[in-house]
Design a protein around this ligand. Structure first.
Ligand SMILES: Nc1ncnc2c1ncn2[C@@H]1O[C@H](COP(=O)(O)OP(=O)(O)OP(=O)(O)O)[C@@H](O)[C@H]1O
Ligand SMILES: [Mg+2]
Length: 271
């Protein structure tokens, strides 16, 4: 059980040049829960996730893992606790699926005994739960976008971290595979207590699968809380400048966002 690793950011400012993209974010990721970050394109979601995973160094502020600044943690130790699936990962040319998934085991390998039966078991398990066991020997280059995305998810799962950050894990997936991946992440959260933080663009899936929503606008957090409390038409308007109606999702009861748009809307008296 890996339950209970805490992840926190205080006064976080980060970006790629002197101009900050993430502009002073304070947040506490709920331990052992599923959090979803929502926000418009280019508002800084991926930049925030990369900074939380130490791929970017903060210009000011800090990221704390169990109260300790991640800047001071040895790389392998950090990678045993926290994994990141980036938005557009790049696979080494010609690599086969099982080898790529196996790279997720790197932080667990000892200096002299490189590959263990536990590593084999973790890779086999990750291939199995993501439904790609039959692709194990295929070259990653030859896969469809959705198949490849599941390979990356398998690699993140094989890392077996207590905290898992995923940047748009449902990209490229058809609707059935989106649900399968989100259900799988929920299983992982419930069975092992893994703290999950993901960026999602589908507001309805975000509202349904999140215990906690963080909403960003222009590099700042503008709302944080349970979907039922924060996913309102006011928030959708603030975050996306989009007029939307929010009703209870008939399947799950979570808020469901119905964007209005300029076409296809019933006359006012009929809505
Ligand atoms: N490597 C980089 N170098 C310079 N600027 C970057 C880099 N990556 C992102 N940016 C800029 O930082 C800003 C925020 O980008 P970021 O990727 O964090 O947005 P996002 O919220 O994840 O958007 P999306 O929903 O499109 O993925 C954008 O203006 C983007 O152009
Ligand atoms: Mg992004």
């Amino acid at each position: 059980m890996t339950e209970g690793i805490s992840l926190q950011a205080t006064g976080l400012v980060s970006g790629y040049s002197a101009t900050p993209i993430v502009k002073g974010v304070d947040l506490t990721i709920p331990s052992g829960r599923i959090s979803v970050i929502v926000g418009a394109n280019a508002c800084g979601k991926s930049t925030l996730l990369k900074t939380l995973a130490r791929l970017l160094t903060p210009q000011s502020g800090a990221v704390l893992l169990d109260g300790q600044s991640i800047g001071s943690l040895p790389t392998k130790e950090l990678a045993r606790s926290l994994g990141l699936l980036p938005q557009s990962p790049i696979a080494p040319e010609g690599i086969v699926v099982s080898d790529l998934v196996g790279r997720g085991r790197h932080p667990h390998q000892k200096l002299f005994r490189s590959w263990s039966p536990q590593d084999d078991a973790a890779v086999a398990d990750a291939l199995e739960v993501t439904g790609i066991t039959d692709l194990a020997d295929r070259s990653v280059d030859e896969l469809s976008g959705g198949q490849r995305q599941r390979v990356w998810i398998a690699m993140a799962l094989a890392q077996e971290t207590g905290v898992l950050l995923l940047d748009e894990p449902t990209t490229f997936l058809d609707v059935a595979h989106q649900i399968e991946v989100l259900d799988l992440l929920t299983d992982l959260n419930r069975s092992k207590g893994t703290t999950i933080v993901m960026v999602l663009h589908d507001m309805n899936l975000a509202a349904r699968y999140a215990d906690h929503i963080f909403a960003m606008r222009a590099g700042e957090l503008i709302a944080s809380g349970a979907p039922a409390d924060v996913m309102t038409s006011e928030l959708i308007s603030e975050v996306f400048a989009l007029d939307a109606t929010v009703i209870p999702d008939p399947v799950s009861g979570a808020p469901m966002v119905l964007p209005r748009g300029r076409h296809h809307v019933l006359p006012a008296h009929a809505v």
